[in-house]
Design a protein around this ligand. Structure first.
Ligand SMILES: [Mn+2]
Length: 435
């Protein structure tokens, strides 16, 4: 399944081998950071020097490089042919976003993207997974599969297709261990249920409900999640499913969370979803190098990373608790308008998956000069509603820019056009849904 991609990956590696110094630009989310971690470790093993910059998105102003360097774009680039075409250096793009337009490179150029190799890059291979395929063309770097998995989880992809192949290889080689059960953090059950955001169980500041839940489930809340026996895990899993559905969560998330728990044998953080969340929170608060350090297995970053994650998690939970009552309904969407909120995307993701899964969800965060939009919907609704397309069209119409995947997309728009934007998005969603 990865054969064609491996051919492209090999070309990328051949080009990288021609350079002693590699200039890497990557997305600042967990998929982008883990991609850079995978490539960074691979380059270290080849004795090559590199410099990594983390970007929110690509524009022509934030790229500094020398013409004799090799520029590598990770988790970005495929959707910005105009900018990639302008780069006056050898270029490698390692991305999984849908390629748009034609790239006219100035120098040598290799494009490694699952979509160009017959693989569904939206759900079945992340940038980190693509980076892992590239890494293994240098030499056997299959021990890096756990880092790839952190990115796969971070991008909410499925363990299918290319991703499944990476996990399978990891399990076979003993780098990943699979356990049955609900995907939960490690730690004391009561604490884990309270702070869990994926799945979000809505127990934060609801101690009594949590006690009742544990009593009904018949599992001791003081037990370590990793030490629950099979029967306890089964009962817990049933209760969690029920709770999510009662809260207004989507049935789709059930399949995702009641599946496998992955243990990463080689990583500093053994629990795969914790690793993904810790790196994610580092990215969110612009502590990119700490997230990268954890991906590159440098122990001195771990404590700081966990501290950032704890703070981030608490802030996110406080925000979820506060914002849920501010959610409004349009004709076909639900939306939330916030001023200077600390995050946008995570709130949109969690609300749309666990509390308001019945309609597309749009979260707008108004900052000084720009309103940041994150929109999410379920897989089932995305069969008719293409949020990436809708964000693109409506953002352009109000003088902004937007795009993304069918299920998850974003935009930046002028703050004074927020109301027009919501109205138009609502209209296009209604049209798509035939209402
Ligand atoms: Mn990605």
């Amino acid at each position: 399944m990865l054969d064609i991609l491996k051919t492209d990956a090999k070309k990328a590696v051949e080009l990288m081998k021609k350079h002693e110094f590699i200039r890497i630009f990557t997305h600042y989310d967990v998929d982008g950071i883990s991609s850079a971690g995978i490539l960074g470790l691979s380059l270290l093993r080849e004795g090559k020097k590199f410099h990594i910059t983390f970007l929110n998105g690509l524009n022509d102003k934030n790229l500094d490089y020398d013409g004799d360097e090799l520029v590598v774009f990770m988790d970005m680039g495929s959707g910005y042919p105009d900018i990639v075409s302008e780069v006056n250096a050898d270029v490698v793009v390692v991305d999984h976003h849908f390629p748009t337009g034609k790239i006219n490179p100035k120098k040598r150029f290799v494009h490694v993207n699952p979509h160009l190799a017959g693989i569904d890059g939206s759900f079945e291979l992340s940038a980190s997974g693509t980076a892992y395929v590239v890494a293994n063309q240098f030499r056997d770097n299959s021990d890096l599969c756990g880092i790839a998995l952190a990115g796969i989880i971070g991008d909410k992809q499925k363990i299918k297709g290319g991703n499944a192949e990476i996990v399978r290889e990891g399990v076979e080689r003993g780098f990943i261990e699979e356990k049955n059960g609900v995907s939960l953090y490690s730690g004391k059950l009561r604490d884990v249920l309270k702070i869990s955001v994926e799945p979000f169980l809505d127990f934060y500041r609801k101690e009594e409900e949590l006690d009742e839940f544990l009593l009904r489930t018949g599992v001791d809340g003081d037990k370590e999640v990793d030490e629950l026996d099979e029967e306890e895990m089964r009962r817990l899993s049933d209760s969690i499913v029920l709770r999510i559905l009662e809260n207004g969560g989507s049935e789709e998330v059930i399949q995702e969370i009641v599946s496998k728990r992955f243990i990463l044998k080689k990583e500093l953080v053994k629990n795969a979803i914790m690793m993904s969340d810790i790196v994610n929170s580092c990215g969110r608060v612009s502590s990119f190098s700490i997230g990268l350090g954890i991906c590159m297995r440098d122990e001195k970053y771990l404590e700081k990373g966990i501290e950032i994650w704890n703070r981030f998690q608490k802030e996110l939970l406080d925000e979820l608790y506060k914002r849920r009552d501010e959610v409004k309904a349009g004709s076909c969407i639900r939306y939330l308008v916030m001023d200077n909120a600390p995050t946008t995307g995570p709130i949109a993701t969690i609300f749309s998956r666990y509390l308001f899964s019945d309609r597309p969800f749009v979260a707008i965060n108004i900052k000084k000069d720009v309103a940041k939009v994150s929109s999410r919907t379920t897989m089932r609704m995305s069969e008719v509603v293409d949020l990436g397309e809708i964000m693109g069209i409506v953002a352009r119409a109000v003088g902004g820019r937007g795009g993304g995947h069918r299920v998850a997309a974003g935009a930046n728009i002028p703050p004074d056009r927020v109301e027009d934007f919501i109205r138009e998005v609502d209209k296009l969603c209604c049209q798509a849904m035939g209402e």
